[in-house]
Design a protein around this ligand. Structure first.
Ligand SMILES: N[C@@H](CCC(=O)N[C@@H](CS)C(=O)NCC(=O)O)C(=O)O
Length: 212
């Protein structure tokens, strides 16, 4: 038995985990959940993940892990090389903080169910795009000086870390709402570097079996 990832090609939280799996060189079975059709809310997927969100990683012994950041930390603890977190505790805190700007402060307010909720309260399609651009811009404003300070090729240091696992999928989301990155040169450079890495190429949405 192997690892099984419940994923959806364009969804950024599973994209983070695909990057982590590829960086660790781990093979996995891919199960597609059609988030665009809200298949994550169907009873069969709720039985896998009661929160009705992707990703879920099913371990060879059948245990299920949810929440992309918990999954990435599990991957790093069980397969330490190459590391997703630096060795120094202070550096680790910085990497977690930079990742948290995306995973805790940008992504949750732009998630599908949130967009559906604000549109149900009268926000139109253009308003929903402006909403996403606003929160992404806020987060990128916060990340830019941190990447300028800590990045040496990648977002933190000279090798891919947890930050890049979050940043590249977030950049994919930014493109989907026409948010260009000229205002954030350090961030754009780190994204460019990571996107050329083979693990990030393998994890790309258009390289997934359910891409369309
Ligand atoms: N904090 C969760 C977020 C998971 C999440 O929001 N996944 C999105 C796709 S990126 C989803 O399943 N959205 C479905 C919905 O909003 O109904 C994680 O990091 O895994």
């Amino acid at each position: 038995m192997t690892l099984t990832l419940y994923s959806s090609w364009r969804a950024s939280a599973p994209y983070r985990v695909r990057i982590g799996l590829a960086l660790k060189g781990l093979a996995y079975a891919y199960v597609s959940v059609d988030v665009a059709a809200d298949a994550q809310r169907e009873p069969d997927y709720r039985a896998v993940n009661p929160q009705a969100l992707v990703p879920t990683l099913v371990l060879p012994d059948g245990r299920r892990l949810s929440q992309s950041m918990a999954i990435l930390e599990w991957l790093d603890e069980t397969h330490p090389a190459p590391p997703l977190l630096p060795a120094d505790p202070t550096d680790r805190a910085v990497v977690r903080a930079m990742s948290g700007v995306i995973a805790c402060d940008i992504h949750p307010v732009n998630n599908r169910r949130i967009l559906q909720a604000i549109m149900a309260h009268g926000v139109d399609a253009d308003g929903a795009i402006a909403w996403q651009q606003r929160w992404m811009s806020d987060g990128f404003d916060a990340l830019e000086p941190l990447i300028a300070e800590h990045g040496r090729g990648y977002a933190f240091g000279d090798r891919p870390s947890l930050v890049d696992c979050c940043l590249v999928p977030q950049a994919y989301n930014a493109r989907r709402v026409d948010l260009t990155l000229e205002r954030w040169p350090a961030l754009a450079a780190a994204i460019g570097a990571a996107m050329a890495h083979p693990a990030f190429i393998a994890a790309r949405p258009d390289n997934q079996p359910d891409a369309r």
